[in-house]
Design a protein around this ligand. Structure first.
Ligand code: COA
Length: 382
């Protein structure tokens, strides 16, 4: 297997991009990534998207995007794994380069979520249709049940839970691509409208339009394109039960733990080696459970640790320097790619005011549904 590096990145601003269509935003991110890498021709490409059909009435994204970015004739495939579609696209591109089949591969993710009336319905198609969505349970509802179970089991207070969006919004202030780069306080979280008890509006990731893309090539060739390649040192992917009631414990996410173990094993690293991590904080409680499953904090301890300042600059590990899904935004198919771009920028010293000092290894954790799928990447500047 060949070693693989990222040689260029590009993304759109995240938010309500009402004057651009789905192809425009994918092309903006893809062409920026190609320009950044200094490549005009790619050998192959992937489009990560949860639901081009339901959100933008456009299926066949593989062909639409290859044509629109001027790469006629290249092999192209759309990749879907709910909110983990972006991370899954990078994994597919990695395998294509690692196998020796292609040299220059584009992995992009995109979602245009603002253009439909019933976005909640579209998101719910990523849950279990027969047992959850059909009976009216939405993702805020599912994560609210996880939050209640965790708060009861580990005596986490509502105020401690609010520390997650407060931290992530503070980080997003320094991210020019963030959808909601404003500071938030406890009153702002607790006083925002109730979505699914105990989760309020400020505990939820938003509806977002956006796209993100990276260019991969064999590590051996990477320095021909850039002085600052970033090696993909480890990848782990896993699936878990799609329905929440099939989780043995609602305060755990098995797919995250398994994907994390696989990524650590491939990278030959441990949690203590990681300098910062981008995690899938689709709802406040998700950040807590994910950090525990990835081994950064013991079970039952992550929520209190975040409230004590251990997950920000100067703490044990910087979590979501980009602002996370909550404040940077969550265009579901693009999220996993944007997380890897934050790692790339941090590891190459290009993160500006968000820069994590002495960053050696970065991790990106991208998840589908309520733990139905997960992809973890570990990256290193070389
Ligand atoms: N954070 C901060 N501000 C938000 C926000 C969020 N998550 N969501 C909406 N807002 C703002 C809007 O910009 C708007 O501001 P304005 O009045 O100044 O224009 C206001 O709050 C109301 O927005 P609106 O779009 O009417 O909110 P909504 O009630 O329709 O939707 C949620 C809010 C939480 C239900 C929706 O964002 C949601 O479903 N989020 C979860 C997405 C999800 O499940 N993703 C997949 C995860 S697995």
């Amino acid at each position: 297997m060949r070693e693989v590096a990222i040689i260029g990145v590009g993304m759109t601003k995240f938010g309500e991009l009402w004057d651009q269509g789905i192809r425009d935003i994918y092309a903006e991110a893809a062409l920026k990534a190609m320009e950044n890498a200094g490549v005009e021709k790619i050998d192959s490409m992937y489009v990560g998207a949860m639901s081009g059909g339901l959100y933008a009435y456009q299926e066949h994204l593989s062909s639409v995007m290859a044509d629109y970015i001027g790469q006629k004739g290249v092999p192209s495939a759309r990749v879907e794994s709910a909110c983990a579609s972006g991370g899954t696209a990078i994994r597919a591109a990695f395998m294509e380069v690692a196998s020796g089949m292609s040299d220059i591969v584009l992995a992009g993710g995109v979602e245009k979520m603002w253009d439909v009336e019933d976005g909640t319905f579209v998101l719910a198609t990523a849950s279990d249709q027969e047992y959850e969505a059909y009976n009216g349970v939405t993702f805020p509802g599912l994560y609210a049940m996880m939050a209640r179970a965790y708060m009861d089991k580990y005596n986490l207070t509502r105020e401690e839970l609010a520390a997650i969006p407060i931290k992530n919004h503070k980080h997003a202030v320094n991210n020019p691509n963030a959808q909601y780069p404003f500071e938030l306080d406890l009153k702002g979280v607790l006083g925002s409208s109730m979505v699914a008890d105990p989760l309020t509006l400020m505990d939820c990731s938003p509806i977002t339009d956006g796209a993100a893309a990276v260019i991969l090539c064999p590590l051996d060739l990477a320095h021909k394109f850039t002085k600052h390649p970033v090696k993909i040192k480890g990848i782990g992917a896993a699936t878990g039960p799609i329905a929440l009631h099939n989780h043995v414990d609602m305060t755990k996410l098995d797919a995250v733990r398994i994907a994390g173990e696989r990524a650590y094993k491939m990278a030959k690293l441990k949690p203590l080696d990681i300098s910062f991590v981008e995690v899938h904080d689709c709802f406040s409680i998700a950040e807590i459970i994910v950090l525990e499953e990835l081994g950064f904090f013991k079970y039952g301890k992550a929520g209190k640790a975040i409230a004590n300042g251990e997950a920000t600059y100067g703490g044990k590990i910087v979590v979501n320097p980009s602002g996370g899904l909550k404040a940077k935004g969550h265009p579901v198919g693009a999220t996993g790619v944007a997380q890897v771009i934050e790692c790339y920028e941090q590891l190459t010293g290009k993160a500006g005011k968000r820069q994590v000092k002495n960053a050696n290894y970065g991790m990106a954790q991208n998840m589908g549904g309520s733990g139905g799928s997960c992809v973890v990447h570990i990256l290193e500047a070389v």
